[in-house]
Design a protein around this ligand. Structure first.
Ligand code: ATP
Ligand code: MG
Length: 228
């Protein structure tokens, strides 16, 4: 059962937003567990709103000593496990990556942010290196997700960053998580995108379409990597 770990050492890269968008989207059709492994517990706070989709479970008691066990337990119970981490290169991050089937690296579209993504990519490379001692073919599927991008303007910087990454062999999601009020409003109203009030929050439908494209691409990438 796939465990998807969201990693970026950069604070505010969009990890928690991506985790929650993906989790609530997948929860429309399957059971999903989010492991809220950020000591600030943003997903746990979101959950206290009480509007948690039926299929979604939030686990927020994971620490360095228990994260690997928590992930394994959750993977036995839910078809999808999503791990949200804090924005540092901590031991928790290494442990979570060691349990991942797929890693999403959210990155805002600037050169400085792209540099931070390379720290996350290095963690993946190191893990692959270690695993290849026992399994020479081992690879950990992953992709960079460009976040908070404009839905209407294609900036040159963004085009350049995407091209640079792809030229360096770094997988990048075709879809981007656009800058939308609705993605912020999920946290204010403490509910899934689908449950946001349409009056007062702009672009809910477009955000749902964006979330759907993101979740579909994750499923496709898991299929391509033959992860079931
Ligand atoms: N696609 C988006 N559209 C609008 N706002 C966004 C989007 N993605 C993130 N944000 C906003 O940017 C801020 C940082 O996002 P988020 O908390 O998801 O990042 P993070 O990587 O989890 O941060 P941290 O490292 O502190 O855990 C939040 O205020 C969030 O609402
Ligand atoms: Mg976060």
């Amino acid at each position: 059962m796939p465990t998807i770990v969201i990693v970026s050492p950069k604070g505010g890269a969009g990890k928690t937003t991506s985790a929650l968008v993906l989790a609530t989207q997948l929860a429309l059709k399957a059971k999903v567990t989010i492991i809220d492994a950020d000591p600030n517990h943003p997903v746990d706070t979101w959950m206290t709103g009480g509007n948690v989709p039926e299929n979604l479970t939030v686990i927020s008691d994971a620490d360095e000593n228990s994260i690997a066990d928590r992930i394994d337990e959750a993977a036995n119970l839910s078809p999808f496990v999503i791990v949200d981490l804090e924005g540092t290169a901590s031991k928790m991050v290494l442990l979570a990556v060691s349990r991942a089937d797929f890693v999403v690296i959210p990155t805002q579209g600037s050169e400085l942010d792209a540099k931070q993504a390379s720290v996350a990519l290095e963690v993946i490379k190191q893990h692959e290196k270690m695993m290849r001692r026992v399994s020479p073919e081992f690879s950990l599927p992953h992709a960079v997700l460009l976040t908070r991008t404009s839905p209407s303007i294609r900036s040159r910087t963004l085009t350049y960053i995407r091209k640079n990454m792809m030229d360096s062999g770094i997988p990048v999601f075709d879809c981007e998580l656009h800058e939308r009020d609705a993605f912020k409003a999920m946290f204010s109203f403490r509910c899934a995108l689908q449950d946001l009030p349409e009056e007062g929050v702009s672009g809910v439908k477009k955000a749902i379409a964006n979330a759907n494209a993101f979740a579909s691409e994750v499923i496709q990438l898991l299929r391509n990597a033959e992860i079931k």
